[in-house]
Design a protein around this ligand. Structure first.
Ligand SMILES: [Zn+2]
Ligand SMILES: [Zn+2]
Length: 187
């Protein structure tokens, strides 16, 4: 696929930052998402630009990463099933610990982000951050009307007051009986 980013684009070399606590390095870049980042129904699609406006700061235990990450997520509305896009803003504040730090020595392998071979990998951080802020049940807009329960048309594009002939009450009663019997027999 063209346009999909390289995983290395989200890896930052920290050697120019040094390890003197207090030293700081701004990091600005726009990279293409190397993978789908988000949840099942809404995510940054591969190849979508991700703007990184970060600050790396050397602290005694490692490198503190903070700042703003902006991108666009594509979602599928759970009410009307339409595809929509939205802006995603993540404001990380994460420590990447040095391999020889007390933090690494006293933590389990998967508990702490690490500086590895003088590099930090932002991708796992973005995956976790996106999962934390994105909705499990995304909607295209808070007042999305969804679909007509009878014919399935999107109510946003249906004629005003869209409705269906109500069924003859006698048939309705029969239909109700049939449904409740059907439900009973399934038990
Ligand atoms: Zn919708
Ligand atoms: Zn309808």
């Amino acid at each position: 696929m063209t346009g999909v980013g390289n995983r290395d684009d989200l890896v930052i070399d920290t050697r120019s930052l040094g390890r003197r606590p207090g030293s700081m390095l701004p990091y600005r870049a726009t990279v293409s998402a190397p993978s789908r980042i988000g949840l099942e129904m809404i995510a940054i699609e591969p190849g979508t630009p991700i703007d990184l406006d970060l600050r790396l700061e050397a602290v005694s235990e490692g490198v503190l990463v903070s700042g703003t990450v902006r991108s666009t997520v594509t979602g599928e509305c759970i009410r009307c099933l339409d595809t929509f896009t939205d802006e995603l803003v993540i404001e990380p504040q994460e420590l990447f610990a040095y391999p020889d730090s007390l933090t690494v020595e006293t933590s389990e392998e998967d508990e702490v982000r690490r500086v590895e071979r003088d590099r930090i990998d932002l991708e796992p951080m973005l995956i976790d951050a996106a999962a934390a802020v994105l909705p499990f049940q995304p909607v295209c807009s808070p007042d999305c009307l969804g679909l007509c329960s009878v014919c399935g048309i999107r109510l946003a594009i249906a004629e005003p007051g869209h409705s269906h002939e109500t069924i003859d009450p006698r048939w309705a009663a029969l239909a109700e009986k049939a449904t409740s019997e059907g439900t009973d027999s399934e038990r």
